[in-house]
Design a protein around this ligand. Structure first.
Ligand code: ADP
Ligand code: MG
Length: 256
């Protein structure tokens, strides 16, 4: 496989503003197939915006962003910006799984129905096939015995694992995690990190925004520090965690 074929995310000079506030100021970022890229950085540094740009939830203003072979946005040589117009966004997004801080499960559906819903509505599977596939995915995150529970009958950690199963059910090429454990009680964090670790070990390509630097050290192929809309530093986790950059240092010393 050539170098460029193995790139699942290729961001060059990605810029994004909200009004006059420039939130991404030229992001360069690459993720190869099978890699786990972890992102840390202060609140407001653009981490969520960048994740959202990767699955087209935010359109970029300039630069080039290629995700899973699709040009999500790029600027023309005359300076005009062009967004990916010919593709089918819903289909594209189904190839990119996203897990948020808040799980956003349907409260009136049980775990199985939560996972099966998009298989029925987006993938157009029959109900029987969708339920079978959903059961497999719940098993994959260790929740086979909880498939008939509604969200309020599950712990926060279990709910987040249902959200992960729901994303996995779509058979994504890339999984994006936006602070998946930061809304959880401390004793529930590990079960979610273990689920993510198993996914990584199974070869899933993942971009994970988290302040769990232990996860980055154990599972990450790279660790990036975002600051004010740029990637201030990116390296192997062990190396980045030893950085002498005072800005990065003071942040890391606070989250550890
Ligand atoms: P992070 O995830 O690193 O905390 P975000 O990407 O969420 O940072 O936000 C970066 C900045 O962009 C913040 O100042 C935030 O208020 C602003 N921002 C994010 N989304 C929007 C939006 N839809 N409209 C206006 N401002 C936004
Ligand atoms: Mg965020």
């Amino acid at each position: 496989m050539s170098e460029s074929n193995s790139l699942l995310v290729q961001a060059k000079g990605v810029r994004k503003s909200f009004g006059t506030h420039e939130v991404l100021k030229g992001i360069d970022f690459q993720v190869h197939k099978g890699e786990v890229s972890v992102i840390v950085g202060p609140s407001g540094s653009g981490k969520s915006t960048f994740l959202r740009a990767m699955n087209g939830l935010e359109l970029i203003d300039a630069g080039s962003l290629i995700v899973d072979g699709e040009q999500v946005g790029y600027s023309l040589s005359d300076g005009r910006y062009r967004e990916w117009g010919d593709g089918d966004w819903a289909k594209f997004r189904s190839r990119i799984g996203m897990v948020f801080q808040r799980f956003n499960l349907y409260a009136h559906f049980d775990a199985l129905e939560n996972v099966a819903a998009s298989l029925i509505h987006v993938k157009k599977l029959s109900k029987a096939k969708a339920r079978e596939r959903a059961r497999e995915q719940l098993d994959r995150v260790g929740l086979a015995d909880h498939s008939h529970k509604r969200p309020h009958q599950l712990s926060g950690g279990q709910q987040q694992r249902v959200a992960i199963a729901r994303a996995l059910a779509m058979d994504p090429d890339l999984m994006l995690f936006d602070e998946p454990t930061s809304a959880l009680d401390p004793e529930l964090v590990d079960e979610v990190l273990e689920t993510m670790k198993a996914l990584a070990e199974g070869g899933m390509t993942m971009v994970v925004v988290t302040h769990e630097v232990g996860f980055a050290r154990e599972v990450g192929d790279s660790l990036a520090f975002f600051d004010e809309g740029i990637v201030m530093e990116k390296d192997e986790p062990e190396l980045l965690l030893k950085t002498e950059n005072p800005r990065v240092r003071s942040f890391l010393d606070r989250v550890r």
